[in-house]
Write a protein that binds this ligand. Sequence first.
Ligand SMILES: Nc1ncnc2c1ncn2[C@@H]1O[C@H](COP(=O)(O)OP(=O)(O)O)[C@@H](O)[C@H]1O
Ligand SMILES: [Mg+2]
Length: 296
Amino acid sequence: MELELDKLTKQFGRKTAVNQMSIQMQPGVYGMLGANGAGKTTLMRMICGVLNPTQGNIYLDGRTLKELGENYRNVLGYLPQDFGYYPDFTAKDFMLYIAALKGMNLQEAKCRSTELLGLVGLTEVAAKRIRTFSGGMKQRLGIAQAVLNNPSILVLDEPTAGLDPKERVHFRNLIASFSKDKIVILSTHIVSDLEYISDTILMIKDGKLLINRPADSIAHEMDGKVWSCVLPKQEAEAVSRSFCVANLHHGEEDRVILRVLSDTIPMEGAVNEAPTLEDLYLYHFHNNPNEYRGLQ
Ligand SMILES: Nc1ncnc2c1ncn2[C@@H]1O[C@H](COP(=O)(O)OP(=O)(O)O)[C@@H](O)[C@H]1O
Ligand SMILES: [Mg+2]
C-alpha cells in the first residue's frame, strides 16, 4: 500500500496553508509535528477527502481519491481535531451511530463496538452519557470510532490533546496496537508524544514540509549542535538572549545549567550533549532568539 501526496497545495484567499507538499507513505506511523497554524489540520482534511486541494493530487496505489470514491472512504479512519461528540449519546450508542454512518451491519457493529470500547478502556462507562466523560475519555472514544471499520489508513488530528501523562502512555500503546500494516498519520505540537511511536517524523512549518525522515535518524541532524554550559546566573541571562536555549535549570551555588543549540561552540567550556527530537524541533522553530525564557 502506498499513499502519495503530490505537490499538494491549499490556499485560503491569499493565505497558502499547505504549500506544494509531496510525501510518499507506506505502512507505518507518521508523526506530524508543527506549531499551531503550520498547516497540519488542513493537510489532514485533504488526505481525508473533506477538503479539496487547490493544486496537486493524492493517490492511493496510483489511483486518485476521485477515482476511488467510496472505496477510499471505506479504508479510511479519521479523528478530526474538532470532533463533535454528541453529549447526550452514551459511548455505546455513539459507536453504533458512527458504525451505521460507515455502512456496517448492526451485528458486526455491536461486536466491534464492544471490542473497541474494551481496548480503549471504556467498557465500564459504555452506558454512560458522553457529557460525563473527561477529556481523555472523549479522546479515547474518538480513537475507537476512527478504527471501527478497521481502516488501513488512520488519520488522527491532535489525538493527545487534553490527555494527562498517564493517558498519553496509554494512547501510545493503543496506537502501537492498531498500527500494524496500516498507514497511521498523527499530528501534534507536543514533541514527546511522537518520540516513541513514530517510524517517520514529518516536520511542517508555514505550510511547507521541512523534514521527512525515519524517526531513529532524526536527532543525528543535531549531532555536535547541542551543548551543555554551566554559568553564573547573570551570564546565563545574557547567553539565553543570544542563543537558542532548549532548557535551563539551577545548578549548585547560584549557577545555571543551560542546554544551548548552536552550530558552533557557544562559549569556552561548553560540552556536547546527545541530541533529542525536541532539540531538533526547537532548533527549527525557535523564531525569537532574543526571547528570555526566565528562571523560575
Ligand atoms: N477554512 C479556513 N479559512 C481560512 N484560513 C484557514 C482555514 N483553515 C485554516 N486556515 C489557515 O491556514 C493556516 C493553517 O491552519 P491549520 O491547518 O489549522 O494549522 P494547524 O492544524 O497546523 O494548527 C492557518 O494560518 C489558518 O489560520
Ligand atoms: Mg490543527
